[in-house]
Design a protein around this ligand. Structure first.
Ligand SMILES: [Zn+2]
Ligand SMILES: [Zn+2]
Length: 148
């Protein structure tokens, strides 16, 4: 019961936020936009265009890749999502607070890393952008390696 109520509120909140977003940006509320917006909503997922196509092609086979690119461009321009700044990776994420990324060199999975405690020398305090990538083996790949 409680769970169901929470879900209903969540759905309502999502609709309200999507509506407000479209109003502010002057977008029409299309089904396609709603789907892509929903994939990034409140999450810290990292999704490539291929990931998005794989997720939505089941539910909405009519959605073409060009449309997804266009919608991503729109959402990025409005500051809702941003490109994941990891060299060699073409993914998008919800534009939450700046954070670093850990890229697993085995499975390619990306993990968010809190970099709020990283300090830079005072003379470089003028830095306007942060782009931190750690490379290595993620915990689950490390475990597999130990077992093998
Ligand atoms: Zn891994
Ligand atoms: Zn991230």
């Amino acid at each position: 019961m409680l769970m169901l109520d929470a879900m209903k509120i969540g759905e309502k909140t999502f609709e309200a936020s999507f509506e407000a977003f479209c109003q502010k940006a002057g977008f029409r509320r299309t089904i396609q936009r709603r789907i892509v917006y929903g994939l990034f909503y409140g999450g810290c997922k990292h999704l490539s265009v291929e990931d998005i196509m794989a997720i939505i092609s089941k539910k909405n086979p009519g959605l073409r890749e060009e449309s997804v690119y266009r919608i991503l461009g729109d959402l990025e321009r409005e500051g809702y999502i941003r490109k994941v700044e990891v060299p060699g990776i073409r993914k998008y994420e919800y534009a939450s607070e700046r954070h670093g990324h850990f890229l697993c060199s085995k499975c390619g999975k990306i993990w968010d890393v809190d970099i709020s405690s990283v300090s830079i020398p005072e003379v470089l305090a003028g830095a306007s952008d942060v782009n931190v990538t750690f490379n290595g083996i993620c915990p689950s790949c490390a475990q597999k390696k130990r077992k093998a």
